[in-house]
Design a protein around this ligand. Structure first.
Ligand code: ADP
Ligand code: GN1
Ligand code: MG
Length: 358
C-alpha cells in the first residue's frame, strides 16, 4: 500500500496535527496495521484496515469497540492510556469505507511495550492481571453487543464448519491430513461436552475479549506493569474461561505458535501458575464454582480449537489466516497440537494450581 493512498485514507479521520509519515506496524494475522506519525506534540495514531471477510459487519464491530471503551474510560484513572481511544472520521462515522475496504483509527498509546512471547513469569502474571481487570471493568456492561464473528469460540459451530469443509475438500488436501484429522476427531466429544455446560448455563457468560494472546496486551514501558487490553475487534458475550484459555495457549508456550521445531514447544507450568495467579487476583471473588472447576480445562479447549481452526483453514486452501509460506497453516497445526498434548499431560498439575489459588 503506497503512502499516497494511506495519506488519502488517514486524512479522512478527525486527527489532531499534521501527518508526517505512515508506517506498517507488525504482522497481524487478520488486519493490516499502520502507525500514523504526526508532526510535533500531536498524538500518533494507529490506522487499521479491518478485514471485512473475517468481520462482515465492521460498523457493528466499531460500535462495540466505542461502547466498551467508553464504559472503561468512565472508571479508570487515566482514560487515555488504560484503554483504546477510537478516533471517528470527519463525517462522524467510526470508519472510512474505501471500495471493499474498511479503515479505522485509534490513538497510539505512547511509552508502551507489546510482546509476541512471554519471557518471564512477571510478564505472565501482569498479563493475567490485565485480562482479569478488563473483564472486571466490563462486568456491569449491560448493553447488547453485536456478534462480530458468528460462533467465534463455539465449538459446536466450529465442528459444523469443519464437517462442511472436510466434505467439500475444496483443494484436495483431506487425503494428506488424515492423521491430523484423527487428532481433532478423538477430542470431538469431550470438547462438545464442555461447551454444553456453557449452552445450558452451568458456566455463565460475560462480556469477554476473545483474543487474549500476549500481543493484544499493552504494557507500560516505565513500570513494566500491564496497561490495557487492545485489539478489541472480538469483544462479545461469551464465557470468560475462553479469555483465560487463549492466554494460557499464548503465554505458556515455550516455542512459537508456528514453531517448526516441535522440541521447542511445551506448556510451561511456571508460566501457567504465574498467569493464573495474576488473573485470579482480579477475578477470584466474582467467579462461580463452575468457572473455577473448568478454568484449567479452558487452556485445552482453546488450544484444541486453534488446532481445528488452523487445520480447517489448511484444508480450505488458506483463506482465513495470512500465511507466509505454502504449508504454514499445517505447521501451525502441528505446533499447536504439540502444545495441546503438553497441556493434557500436565492437566492434573494445572488443576491443582487453580485449586490452590482459589
Ligand atoms: P491485529 O489485529 O493485526 O493483531 P492489533 O490491533 O493487535 O492488530 O495491533 C497490532 C500491534 O500494534 C499490537 O500488538 C501492538 O503492538 C500495536 N498497537 C495496536 N494498537 C496500539 C495502540 N493503540 N497503541 C500502541 N500500540 C498499539
Ligand atoms: C488471530 O488478529 P490476531 O492476530 O490477534 C485470530 C485469533 C487467533 C490468533 C492466532 C479474529 O488473532 O482468534 O487465536 O490469530 N483472530 C481472529 O494467533 O480470528
Ligand atoms: Mg492483535
Amino acid at each position: 500500500m503506497n503512502q499516497e493512498k494511506l495519506l488519502a485514507i488517514a486524512s479522512q479521520f478527525a486527527l489532531e496535527g499534521e501527518i508526517e509519515t505512515i508506517k506498517p506496524l507488525g504482522e497481524g494475522f487478520i488486519n493490516d496495521t499502520f502507525t500514523v506519525v504526526t508532526v510535533g506534540d500531536a498524538p500518533n495514531y494507529i490506522l487499521q484496515r479491518k478485514n471485512h471477510i473475517v468481520f462482515p459487519d465492521v460498523p457493528g464491530m466499531m460500535d462495540n469497540i466505542l461502547a466498551v471503551t467508553n464504559h472503561i474510560k468512565a472508571k479508570v484513572a487515566d482514560p487515555m492510556r488504560e484503554t483504546l481511544t477510537v478516533v471517528p472520521a470527519k463525517d462522524g462515522k467510526l470508519y472510512v469505507q474505501d471500495g471493499e475496504n474498511y479503515w479505522a483509527v485509534c490513538v497510539f498509546i505512547a511509552d508502551t511495550a507489546s510482546y509476541d512471547r512471554a519471557d518471564s513469569v512477571e510478564l505472565a502474571y501482569q498479563g493475567g492481571v490485565g485480562i482479569g481487570r478488563f473483564q472486571a471493568l466490563l462486568a456491569d456492561f449491560d448493553k447488547p453487543l453485536n456478534e462480530t464473528i458468528k460462533g467465534f469460540h463455539n465449538i459446536r459451530w466450529r465442528f459444523q464448519q469443519w464437517d462442511e469443509t472436510i466434505a467439500k475438500d475444496p483443494v484436495g488436501r483431506v487425503a494428506e491430513v488424515q492423521e491430523e484429522i484423527g487428532w481433532v476427531e478423538a477430542r470431538r466429544k469431550e470438547m462438545l461436552d464442555f461447551w454444553s455446560l456453557v449452552e445450558d448455563g452451568t458456566i455463565p457468560t460475560h462480556v469477554t475479549h476473545n483474543d487474549t494472546k500476549i500481543s493484544n496486551i499493552l504494557f507500560d514501558k516505565p513500570t513494566g506493569k500491564v496497561l490495557c487490553a487492545i485489539d478489541l475487534d472480538t469483544v462479545m458475550s461469551s464465557t470468560s474461561l475462553n479469555d483465560f484459555g487463549d492466554a494460557i495457549r499464548s503465554y505458556t508456550n515455550t516455542g512459537a505458535e508456528d514453531d517448526k521445531n516441535l522440541d521447542n514447544v511445551e506448556m510451561s507450568i511456571d508460566m501457567f501458575r504465574a498467569y493464573a495467579e495474576g488473573y485470579l487476583s482480579e477475578q477470584r471473588a466474582s467467579m462461580t464454582q463452575s468457572e473455577l472447576d473448568w478454568l484449567a480445562f479452558a487452556g485445552r479447549y482453546i488450544t484444541f480449537e486453534q488446532v481445528l481452526r488452523f487445520l480447517m483453514d489448511y484444508i480450505d486452501g488458506d483463506n482465513y489466516y495470512k500465511t507466509a509460506y505454502a504449508d504454514h497453516n499445517l505447521v501451525r497445526t502441528h505446533a499447536q497440537y504439540k502444545l495441546l498434548q503438553s497441556m493434557e499431560r500436565q492437566y492434573d498439575e494445572m488443576c491443582a494450581i487453580v485449586k490452590s489459588l482459589s
